[in-house]
Design a protein around this ligand. Structure first.
Ligand SMILES: Nc1ncnc2c1ncn2[C@@H]1O[C@H](COP(=O)(O)OP(=O)(O)OP(=O)(O)O)[C@@H](O)[C@H]1O
Length: 492
């Protein structure tokens, strides 16, 4: 199958998001679609998927006019899309089986309650991508990586004639991503055109036969093998990426001491000290215990042994409010799962946990909120019309920057960021890295990352976790990437 787009434009009110897109996707090739946050990538995908209608322009599928008016229209034509926001693909309050079979329900197939009849088909979908989860687990209880894999399994079951993946690996570890890549390559070899959106250069190097770049709603580059990645990044950003080495702040006094903490059941206890001014990244595959460690430090999970000391005093939080009371903050991993409040505008999403601090009469409070949001827009380069924008109108990466802005400006003793770079473009990652370090004095910062490149981008120190234990510690000036990768998978 082939897809041809001609002069596609899209306006949302006064803003022109796509400005005349011409693009052809041909069989048997993986096209990486690169663009900074807010460039218009997801908007184009939504037009192809029948979610939005183009303001002008036309599409042809295998030479025939293609103008889907709904996602099911597009799906019937064989256009399968895995959207960036997981909740657009799956239902968190349903179990895995129901999520995998939901399309058959909608198509009016066998009665939905005849679960047994669907079990084999659903299991085959999971096996195809090597996902080992229970069919009866409620999706909302699974970690984001598993949710994402379920969404992908469901999409692939549609037998795509054209496959579009929007940031499919942002929640995945290297191992899961590799499984996905193998499936994608299989489809490519069967002649399926694939459009692959990612901010991860590692994915693009691994998969792409072609790179198309988008900037401010216009195509600015089209590269084929041998791919010039640096030129693609320049075309995407309109400038070279700033490669200046980070100024590292020397670590100050200890803030948190972790002694003999069992992170996972039956694993060796963990010892680690986090210092003021230092940005420590914990890397590890899914299941290494990163989230469990963070949840224990944040009072969401009881420590079953060991000792925590915060600023020289015992620290044993049993609830996040204990943690916050002692100045320990955490920005959780899943933006669509609660860290963004869709009904609030941009400014209120920035100031959300601190509403009490913005007291005063309504107008005064609102003015302070807007001022804080305006600072965030400026400081982190958030692409938005202004502080009053509905948060849902921001692109995915810009929503993530809003979550980060909320925490970076809040004074605290320990700031934990779980997967802070999901969906954030490479230039923005640098901006966030600068903002993180610029604000790092006076607190310890702990980042949990599945992607090593992201960790290397911002951290002063890398801790490698495997099966709940520290298996490697590297200072940024003196590390071997290969050694870290080896340690990450050592006990897997
Ligand atoms: N429903 C909407 N209403 C108004 N503006 C919108 C809407 N959807 C998207 N936009 C705007 O369109 C622009 C492009 O957004 P889009 O989500 O396509 O970007 P993107 O390239 O996918 O970014 P990211 O990498 O962050 O996902 C953004 O400035 C966004 O604010």
């Amino acid at each position: 199958m082939s897809l041809e787009l001609k002069a596609i434009t899209k306006r949302f009110g006064p803003s022109e998001v796509l400005r005349g897109i011409d693009l052809a996707l041909v069989p048997g090739s993986v096209t990486a679609f690169m663009g900074a946050n807010g460039a218009g990538k997801s908007t184009l995908v939504r037009i192809i998927a029948g979610v939005h209608t183009a303001t002008a322009g036309s599409m042809r599928l295998d030479g025939r006019t293609f103008a889907p008016t709904s996602p099911s229209d597009a799906l019937r034509a064989g256009v399968v899309v895995v959207h960036q926001i997981i909740n657009e693909n799956v239902v968190l309050t349903m179990d895995v089986l129901e999520n995998l079979m939901i399309d058959r329900l909608c198509a009016g197939g066998a009665p939905f309650f005849r679960r047994a009849a669907h079990r084999d088909a659903a299991q085959a979908m999971l096996d195809r991508i090597g996902l080992d989860v229970s069919l009866t687990a409620e999706l909302g209880d699974l970690p984001p990586a598993d949710r994402q894999m379920v969404a992908i399994a469901r999409a692939l079951a549609h037998d795509p004639k054209l496959l579009i993946l929007d940031e499919p690996t942002s929640a995945l570890s290297d191992t899961e991503a590799e499984r996905l890549f193998t499936v994608i390559e299989g489809l490519r070899d069967q002649g399926v055109p694939i459009l692959y959106i990612s901010h991860r250069m590692g994915d693009i190097r691994r998969l792409a036969d072609r790179i198309v770049t988008l900037r401010d709603g216009r195509i600015t580059g089209d590269f084929v093998v041998p791919l010039d990645y640096d030129a693609a990044v320049r075309a995407m950003l309109g400038m070279a990426l700033d490669d200046a080495a980070h100024a590292r702040v020397p670590a100050g006094d200890p803030v948190l001491r972790i002694e003999g903490l069992p992170v996972l059941r039956g694993t060796a206890p963990l010892n680690l000290t986090l210092h003021e001014g230092e940005v420590t990244a914990i890397v590890g595959l899914v299941g290494a215990g990163k989230t469990e460690l963070a949840e224990t430090l944040y009072g969401q999970r009881r420590a079953t042994g060991g000792r925590l000391t915060l600023d020289g005093a015992p620290y044993a939080p049993v609830h996040p409010s204990d943690a916050v009371g002692r100045g320990v903050f955490m920005a959780a991993e899943d933006r669509s799962g609660g860290s963004i409040v869709p009904d609030f505008d941009l400014s209120r999403n920035v100031t959300l946990p601190f509403l009490g601090a913005f007291s005063g009469l309504g107008l005064v409070r609102r003015g302070r909120e807007r001022a804080r949001a305006a600072e965030a827009i400026e400081g982190l380069g958030i692409v938005a019309q202004g502080p009053d924008d509905p948060i849902a109108a921001l692109s995915g990466g810009n929503q993530q920057k809003v979550v980060l802005a909320r925490w970076l400006t809040a004074p605290c003793r320990l700031l934990m960021l779980d997967e802070p770079f999901q969906g954030v473009d490479i230039a923005a990652r640098r901006d966030i890295g600068h903002a993180l370090r610029a604000t790092a004095g006076g607190r310890a910062t702990l980042i949990l990352c599945a992607d090593l490149d992201e960790a290397l981008e911002v951290a002063d120190r890398i801790i490698v976790l495997s099966h709940g234990a520290v298996v490697g510690e590297h200072s940024i000036g003196d590390l071997s990437r290969a050694a870290i990768v080896q340690q990450m998978s050592s006990a897997a």
